[in-house]
Design a protein around this ligand. Sequence first.
Ligand SMILES: Cc1cc2nc3c(=O)[nH]c(=O)nc-3n(C[C@H](O)[C@H](O)[C@H](O)COP(=O)(O)OP(=O)(O)OC[C@H]3O[C@@H](n4cnc5c(N)ncnc54)[C@H](O)[C@@H]3O)c2cc1C
Length: 88
Amino acid sequence: MGVRARPVVTGIYRWPQANPQYDVGHLARMRVMEAMVAADLPGLHLTGSAYRGVGLPDCIEQGRTTAEAVVARVEEAMKQQRHGYFPA
Ligand SMILES: Cc1cc2nc3c(=O)[nH]c(=O)nc-3n(C[C@H](O)[C@H](O)[C@H](O)COP(=O)(O)OP(=O)(O)OC[C@H]3O[C@@H](n4cnc5c(N)ncnc54)[C@H](O)[C@@H]3O)c2cc1C
């Protein structure tokens, strides 16, 4: 905008009850947790504001991705059952 004048009024307003912030290292912990779940609990999906973004667009995207993964897993299980394979 090219504004060069010093501000007349400044202030910092903190909202401690606002949206939560993830701790430093959150994404690294997420990767470890998702790998553990995929290895030990296939079929369990983690999704929502606790994981990869608290905003509604983030939650919607996560929900869609998870729904697609669930559908793919169910379709695969149905295909295997049609061919006589019953997973434990
Ligand atoms: C007041 C407020 C205003 C916000 N405004 C905005 C905004 O303007 N823009 C924006 O992008 N984001 C906004 N957010 C953030 C956003 O709404 C949330 O981060 C998002 O809705 C979280 O989605 P979620 O699916 O992870 O969790 P939730 O929407 O909380 O859904 C969790 C669901 O699980 C259900 N549930 C919980 N426990 C159990 C159980 N044991 N068994 C079965 N069901 C259970 C709950 O009933 C709920 O329906 C706002 C949040 C708040 C609180």
